[in-house]
Ligand binder design. Sequence first.
Ligand SMILES: [Zn+2]
Length: 363
Amino acid sequence: MMMRGVIFFATICHFFSTTFGGINSHTEDWAYSSDTEGPQFWAYAHPLCNGTKQSPINIIMKETIYNETLTPLVPLNYSTVFNDANYYLANNGHTVKLGIELDTRVPIGLLWRGNEYHYHGLHFHWGENDQHGSEHYFNNQSYALEVHIVHYLKDYGDFNSALNYSDGILVWSSVFQTSNSSETSNTPLQDVFKSIDKIINAENKTYINPLPLSSFVSENSTGSYYHYEGSLTSPECTESVMWIVNHKMISISSNQLLSFRLLKGRLHNSSNSVWFENLTNTDRPTQPINGRKVYTSVLNYPTSNFFNKNLTSGNNSISYLPPILETTQNTTTLCKTIKSSAFLTRTASNLFLSCFILAIDCF
Ligand SMILES: [Zn+2]
């Protein structure tokens, strides 16, 4: 295929320069799994990694604060398939990136709280087994995979300039959970995962069928998310990220994850040895909250509209209602929460009525 003009790279959390088309011959000074270059050592060469607003974090759902100003994201061309563009996957030595090569710069991105963010790229984080891999934890639990779709605030010009501002970067994150079914129903994602075994080694690159970016977020997720202020999750760990972490997870099969764990990372040279990193755990450990607040856009998806309609009229003590991390088996989760929580003991009469109606469907 022809190389096209404008290239949207999927670097993001990973801010480093990379070229494609050759065998990697230079070393890196950071890694995910190393006795001397792992995450606990990143700050020696990358001091921003010792900051006070670092990511990822463990999101304690009952401690998140409902914020009605967290309006839905408005995607720009997220559902568009650019058939005249080249889509590719690349192993950059630290993660799998998805890139789009376009003839012209078209507005792909998001509108959020009055700002326009432009798409920069996306990449994944995964673990050595299905119970581990997402960078963000939810109630102390990790999940199998996390995708980061990275954007920069248009007014700052480009990704690198935006890193200089606390609101310069927006990362839209979705977590994947393994399901009992053999395959995800998301056909475009199936094609992506099938291609990963073509980029086993660092700086391998393969073209894939065009697909919409909406393939990487759950349906109806634009208005149901957590938000907090944090950082890139790998060096330079710049604290410039507005994090948007979806409530709703995406299903993935165990088989679809296997090829991620075969990937090889960059060449390292430490302790008098030269080695290639196995990319089996590409998740940075969770970082201290340090007093930061984590907000939620809705109380419970998909019943948020119902709750909002009933609660915004008076009682403002709604933040203590536990948001539910949405899954494809959300009904079970929702009912379990209703049965076991203090839902039915809230004092506000309108809330009591709302929960009672909800609970009817569960018993
Ligand atoms: Zn990332």
